[in-house]
Design a protein around this ligand. Structure first.
Ligand code: 3HC
Ligand code: NAI
Length: 690
């Protein structure tokens, strides 16, 4: 195994250089090697001080998250940090890049911190449902004051080098050779009076009143997120108890959070998002093609947003429409959206102009000739799309990746009309495309690894979270959503009110329920799709036929008096539902919130199981990533498949069988994969990538 810590002595200063790719996470082996280096420096009479430096893209990315939940191996991070704190010789951290979580805790246990210009210091543990658990909540306040430390912890975002020094978290920014600067700093400390360890700098805490005022501002978050309440309690402990007791207090909170299902879900999300970036069947090292210019077909709702994604990433994009008037409307739509951002203060006028300069409106498919990637976002009509793909095949240069943003249609059918099916795939953005992070990349039968790698790479450049899925009606997200929508309608017929259905999902953690969402989007959209595909939703259809199209007509599932944004229940809707239910022959009954929630969420899990069986998604985690980034599934519940695993698949299967028996709806019967895993006492997480 490669050496994890290289130790050398230069002019009487020990230098321990860490190298544990990819991010120098503090694995058991790295902790042991660093601990040895500290002991060696202490024991070696020729060494006056120690510098800790690192190689690679981060200084230290923190504790090794994959070791959480396993039995602790000595030296633990707490033991390592204590060894640094108690070291008889000065220790200086030479931080060239990100020092995060346990990485910053290691640095704070050193006597001083010297930064390179690209360093950043942060405590991102709250994003994993945790708090700094190796003295970070006790040392950061003693270095930068309780108020600033609390803010750093609850935000979870790192401070750049200069700001970190200004805040007192680090001592200096060095230009040039960082390790040489850190050695010089260490030599100065060795020659001078021994400075106090950070753990003894109680005078740095600042005002308690100001801390309490800051804590009070966080009351709302502290109620919903236990890690925020614990951060506050731990910083308060700095004022109330000696350092060692504060560390023990922090440790207890950390262990409690580590065991909390919410933290487990957030850690699952961290790994699932990184796993989703590895595309099954695309060998590592597959070279993406370069995308210097893009073209987007259609500048409607989606095309305009997609074009903005390219411009925001600095990629020139041509937006192609059918005629000059549509083109002008599209460009105006884009300008209007940027203008709104400028008004809100989230974009400068210069940035708006720079982005607009990258967007060129144009007419006719011939103008896609010089694009390296084309994203088609025209009407949802397969015949029209096939015509367009045949033309694109003719007018674009060889190697141009041809993508469709279709929500439901068959990418194989589009690929089949071209002479280059290897270059055809789906790039399914979510509305609003310039905001939502999910990008479903649809792999068709003949899509080549290079085309997939190109779409994934460009997706990341557009700051999206790409997830590769297979061809089927609605792909992963919309296919599962259809199950939820179907049940939401059924629940109305069976006895629930729109408000009860919405409340079940907002209570679960979604920002909006399905009916409030439909009112916002407009009931006519789903209605048109149902007319085209033969779908049925008798309640929604009756509302549309009564002229209730949602917020835009001030009434839909709810009433919106005087253009209100939040709807109120409408007795006319209750009456309409009762009428439709009786026409459908459904007897209504009282349904409790738990049943409503399970009826909405478990059929999605069941569909997820079918999606896995069919190989439409490669991993259960990919499905979770889709729901987290495309549909606002609450992150602390980890996505639908993780939620099912956490609850236990035998419970899920039993509940689905009960619903199938009760309603006679056989689609609710557990899918074979779900039934098998439940019988074996396993979870979806036990499946290996296909
Ligand atoms: N532990 C284990 N693995 C980690 C890790 C960590 N702390 N941080 C990153 N990795 C792994 C990733 O899983 C990924 O693995 P893969 O290549 O097998 O998929 C690899 O390192 C590279 O990660 P990214 O793809 O995220 O690389 P980037 O360069 O885009 O980002 C980063 C680097 C900013 C460091 C980012 O990985 C990150 O934010 N990491 C997590 C940082 C964090 O939360 N630290 C706190 C940990 S908790 C802690 O320290 C507790 C302590 O207080 C007791
Ligand atoms: P839209 O109706 O708002 O815009 C379509 C645009 O395409 C119009 O401006 C039209 O003039 C233009 N167009 C039509 N034929 C064209 C052609 N041959 N060449 C160039 N331009 C042409 O439609 P919307 O909502 O933007 O949808 C576009 C595609 O994106 C559809 O396939 C849809 O299923 C998909 N989609 C829509 C989402 C949504 O929320 N609206 C979400 C995700 C995907």
């Amino acid at each position: 195994m490669a050496e994890l810590v290289r130790f050398e002595v230069v002019d009487g200063i020990g230098v321990a250089t860490l190298s544990n790719p990819p991010v120098n996470a503090l694995s058991a082996a790295l902790r042991a090697a660093l601990f040895d280096a500290v002991k060696r420096a202490e024991a070696d009479a020729s060494v006056r001080a120690l510098v800790i430096a690192a190689e690679g893209r981060t200084f230290i990315a923190g504790a090794d998250i994959s070791e959480f939940g396993k039995p602790p191996a000595s030296p633990t991070l707490a033991e390592l940090v204590a060894a640094l704190d108690g070291c008889a010789k000065p220790v200086v951290a030479a931080i060239h890049a990100a020092a995060l979580g346990g990485g910053l805790e290691v640095a704070m246990a050193c006597t001083a911190r010297v930064l390179g210009p690209k360093a950043s210091l942060g405590l991102p543990e709250v994003k994993l449902g945790l708090l700094p658990g190796s003295g970070g909540t006790q040392r950061a306040p003693r270095l930068m004051g309780a108020v600033a430390a609390l803010k750093l912890m609850v935000a979870g975002d790192p401070l750049p080098a200069k700001a970190a020094v200004e805040a007192g978290l680090a001592d200096a920014v060095a230009e040039g050779d960082l390790v040489a600067a850190a050695r010089a700093h260490a030599a100065g400390l060795a020659d001078g009076k021994r400075s106090k360890p950070v753990s003894a700098r109680d005078e740095g805490l600042g005002s308690r009143e100001e801390f309490e005022a800051e804590a009070a501002k966080l009351a709302g978050r502290a109620k919903d997120e236990p890690q925020i309440a614990d951060c506050i309690a731990c910083v308060r402990a700095c004022f109330d108890m000696p350092f060692v007791d504060g560390v023990a207090f922090e440790r207890a909170a950390f262990l409690r959070l580590l065991d909390d299902p919410r933290s487990k879900a957030l850690r699952h999300v961290f790994f699932a998002e990184r796993e989703a970036a590895k595309i099954a069947g695309v060998p590592a090292g597959t070279k993406p093609r370069e995308v210097k210019r893009a073209a987007v077909l259609g500048s409607g709702t989606m095309g305009a947003g997609i074009a903005m994604c390219f411009a925001n990433a600095g990629i020139p994009v041509r937006v192609i429409e059918t005629d000059a008037a549509a083109s002008a409307r599209g460009i105006e739509r884009i300008r209007g959206t940027y203008e709104a951002s400028v008004k809100r203060g989230s974009l400068t006028g210069e940035a708006r102009d720079a982005r607009m300069a990258l967007i060129e409106g144009s007419v006719g498919l011939e103008s896609a000739a010089d694009a390296d990637l084309v994203v088609e976002a025209i009407f949802e009509d397969l015949d029209l799309k096939k015509q367009v793909f045949a033309t694109l095949d003719r007018v674009t240069k060889p190697g141009t990746v041809l993508a469709s943003n279709t929500s439901y249609l068959d990418i194989d059918a589009m690929a089949a009309v071209t002479s280059r099916p290897g270059d055809v795939l789906g790039m399914h953005f979510f509305s609003p495309a310039n905001v939502m992070k999910l990008l479903e990349i649809v792999r068709a039968r003949h899509t080549s690894p290079e085309a997939l790698a190109t779409a994934a790479e460009i997706g990341r450049k557009l700051k999206k979270v790409p997830v590769v899925v297979g061809v089927c009606f609605g792909f992963v997200g919309n296919r599962m959503l259809a199950q939820r929508s179907r049940q939401a309608e059924r629940l109305l017929l069976e006895g629930a009110s729109p408000a009860q259905v919405d409340a079940a999902l907002t209570g679960f953690g979604f920002k909006m329920g399905p009916f409030a969402m439909t009112d916002l989007a407009g009931l006519d959209i789903g209605w048109r799709v149902r007319k085209a595909t033969g779908g049925r939703a008798p309640v929604a259809d009756a509302l549309v036929e009564a002229g209730r199209l949602g917020q835009k007509t001030q009434k839909g599932f709810y009433l919106y008096p005087q253009g209100a944004r939040t709807g109120v229940a409408d007795p006319d809707v209750d009456a309409l539902i009762e009428k439709v239910a009786s026409a459908e022959g459904v007897t209504r009954r009282a349904i409790d919130g738990d049943e409503i929630l399970d009826r909405l969420v478990l059929p999605m899990v069941n569909e997820g199981a079918r999606i896995l069986e069919e190989g439409i998604a490669a991993r259960p985690g990919d499905i979770d990533v889709v729901w987290l980034n495309g549909y606002n599934w609450p992150a602390w519940r980890g996505g639908p498949m993780h939620y099912a695993d956490a609850r236990g698949l035998s419970d899920i299967a039993a509940r689905l069988s009960q619903f199938a028996d009760q309603t006679g709806d056989e689609s609710l019967r557990p899918a074979p994969l779900l039934a098998r895993l439940a019988a074996e006492g396993k979870g979806f997480a036990s499946l290996k990538a296909g």
